[in-house]
Design a protein around this ligand. Structure first.
Ligand SMILES: NC(=O)C1=CN([C@@H]2O[C@H](COP(=O)(O)OP(=O)(O)OC[C@H]3O[C@@H](n4cnc5c(N)ncnc54)[C@H](O)[C@@H]3O)[C@@H](O)[C@H]2O)C=CC1
Ligand SMILES: O=C(O)C(=O)COP(=O)(O)O
Length: 597
């Protein structure tokens, strides 16, 4: 076990204090920070109690590959207890320092509350951590780590298996033969060769699916607004818009994470745009499809077949119309379930959990529960500003060229060595990556995550106005070589540019492209470009008012009177699509965009 020091022990105490203040800063996602190693700069800090003098206990709550179990046993007492009820889990957890789960165990707030502070690490043996209450984990000072790479190929192979099985009616024909029938003409299938496959989400799994589908002679296109074009080109895949992908595909395979932007991305409206007879595969997350709409699309013949590994609720209800539909092939979330992937995942997660218990930095940590109080207190509003600028900038990107080069400028009146920008860079990276990926970013894994995605973040310090009392005058985030869904966000030098400052402790957006605006970064934002003229604020305000959307802030920046102007509107609620359309229909409005913070 790692050598421990009294410094480490006291940093653990500081951690818990910081966590409770941190947990207030983010509504639904953990504020994922890790310690700034201010003085000693040691790449090591203690998650588990520093005074731990006996072997820790790791509860393995779902079946884990043997190699992983053996690794754990070298370091800890291992309790393999599968199929625990929620009550049993809550009882057991108070005796455990770490728990390892897959997707079938809910690590809820009650679990953290029942642990009595002993639980220090949650290991998710897989990618998606939707079954772990991250906010509760952070509040309880518990590190969450996952295993994001070892099951990629297994998930991709399952996607291909489902596509082929669906096209040739393998599951239905198998059931028919076993029922004593011999229905050769009923189960004539369709060929894959020469067909167009749209891979939606060109990340780890999506790109492996694309590679394999090319080998099957399919024409592969992909939609992923954030994927680097050169990675797609290297595999021989064309990146296209969402509408083009769904309108041209014979097969659609889903590989994006479940995020607010992708939830029910396949719905009545999008099914209506698809080629009649399209076939759909989902090994990502059930929630990216509106399942009722899929049943309607199947019944209407728009979708000929679907093959699904994942469901909004798992297991789905037995009488689910979707599951029972004869044109639907289903598997019980088996994407990651190969012997090889489970061995790989088991090793990846066991190493991460043991490392975390020893106090090592985990590159796959999903949250990282330590921030020195003095650093946080000073940087807190700037940390918030940094993440929000990253979020805004990436949401302004459109087209298939991919986000690669990001330049961050910090304007500060302080001496260069008097401001550590690592936490700010990490938060900008978090803002840039999280809205478009299943990856969770914190100070520990920010640079690693950026590198993995081919994202180059360069930083520049310039001398800012104001007093050195305040750490920063403004932060500017620029994304190069991309198109924007809001053309006015492109600055004179052709880059998407957003700039923000902290005013009275609150982060504000102060520049978009070349336009000066001033809107506090709370709630969400609508940006609107129009020809400057009297009454515009009233017109937009009354559309929002009529739909009961509360406006928190409004500001207009213009080139010159009666020339083009950009209006920034802060809204407390997310406007309905129809409401946004009404804003776009106002004659003087030339373009607009809705951005979630
Ligand atoms: N069925 C199963 O057993 C398994 C399921 N999964 C799921 O598969 C999905 C993909 O996993 P990975 O490839 O590892 O994640 P990843 O983060 O490597 O890739 C996700 C890709 O989706 C893209 N994306 C984000 N928003 C998008 C949007 N609106 N439209 C199009 N693309 C968008 C991102 O840019 C990224 O390239 C996740 O949902 C994961 O939970 C992963 C492994 C096993
Ligand atoms: O890794 C993921 O995201 C998965 O969906 C795999 O889930 P599982 O570990 O097989 O329960």
């Amino acid at each position: 076990m790692a050598a421990t020091t009294s410094t480490a022990a006291s940093s653990l105490l500081a951690t818990k204090k910081n966590l409770s203040s941190l947990s207030l800063t983010s509504a639904n996602k953990l504020p994922a920070f890790s310690p700034l190693l201010t003085s000693s700069r040691r790449q090591r800090f203690i998650v588990l109690s520093a005074s731990l003098n006996s072997k820790p206990t790791v509860l393995v709550a779902e079946k884990l590959g043997e190699a992983g179990i053996n690794l754990l046993k070298d370091f800890a007492n291992v309790d393999c207890s599968y199929n625990l009820s929620p009550d049993e889990l809550c009882t057991k957890i108070s005796l455990c320092d770490a728990i390892i789960v897959r997707s079938g165990t809910k690590v809820s707030r009650e679990v953290f509350e029942s642990s009595g502070g002993r639980l220090k690490v949650v290991g998710r043996a897989g990618v998606g951590i939707d079954n772990v209450d991250l906010a509760a984990a952070t509040e309880h000072g518990c590190l969450v780590v996952n295993a994001p790479t070892a099951n990629t190929v297994a998930a991709a192979e399952h996607g291909i298996a489902l596509m082929a099985a669906m096209a040739r009616n393998v599951a239905q024909a198998d059931a028919s033969v076993k029922a004593g029938k011999w229905q050769r003409s009923k189960y004539v299938g369709v060929s894959l060769v020469g067909k167009t496959l749209a891979v939606m989400g060109f990340g780890k799994v999506g790109s492996e699916v694309a590679r394999r589908a090319k080998g099957l002679g399919m024409h592969v296109i992909a939609h992923d607004p954030y994927a680097p074009a050169d990675r797609a080109r290297a595999i021989g895949v064309e990146l296209v818009s969402f509408d083009e992908a769904i309108a041209t595909a014979d097969f659609i395979s889903l590989h994006m994470p479940l995020t607010p932007a992708t939830a029910k991305i396949l719905n009545d409206e999008t099914f209506a745009k698809m080629k009649k007879g399209v076939r759909i595969v989902n090994v990502a997350r059930g929630g990216v499809i509106d399942e009722d709409a899929l049943v309607r699309a199947l019944d209407a013949g728009i979708v000929a077949q679907a093959a699904l590994d994942v469901f909004t609720v798992e297991p789905p209800p037995q009488d689910s119309k979707l599951v029972q539909h004869e044109s639907v092939t289903v598997t019980p979330h088996l994407g990651a379930s190969t012997m090889e992937a489970q061995e790989g995942v088991a090793i990846e997660i066991a190493e991460a959990v043991v490392g975390a218990l020893k106090g090592e930095l985990a590159s796959t940590s999903v949250n990282a529960p330590m921030v020195p109080a003095e650093v946080l207190t000073e940087l807190k509003p700037y940390v918030e500003l940094a993440e929000k600028l990253g979020r805004l900038a990436v949401q302004l990107v459109s087209g298939g060229s991919g986000v690669k080069d990001v330049k961050v400028t910090y304007a500060s009146a302080r001496a260069p060595d008097d401001l550590d920008t690592r936490v700010l860079r990490a938060m900008i990276t978090k803002g840039l990556i999280e809205p478009i990926s299943s990856v969770f970013v914190n100070l520990v894994n920010a640079d690693f995550s950026a590198k993995q995605r081919g994202l180059r973040i360069s930083e520049e310090r310039i001398l800012g106005d104001g007093s050195p009392e305040s750490p920063l005058h403004f932060i500017q985030v620029q994304i190069a070589n991309v198109e924007s869904k809001f053309a006015s966000a492109i600055s004179e030098n052709g880059e998407i540019k957003v700039e923000g400052r902290v005013k009275d402790g609150i982060p504000h957006l102060t520049k978009v492209g070349s336009f000066e605006v001033d809107v506090s970064l709370e709630g969400s934002i609508i940006l609107c470009r129009q020809v400057d003229q009297p009454g515009m604020i009233g017109k937009v305000g009354s559309v929002l008012g009529a739909e009961n959307v509360n406006v928190s802030f409004m500001s207009v920046g213009r080139i010159a009177p009666r020339k083009q102007a950009v209006m920034a509107i802060g809204v407390d609620e997310q406007p309905r699509k129809e409401t946004l359309k009404k804003i776009g229909d106002i004659p003087a409005v030339e373009e607009f965009v809705f951005l979630k913070l």
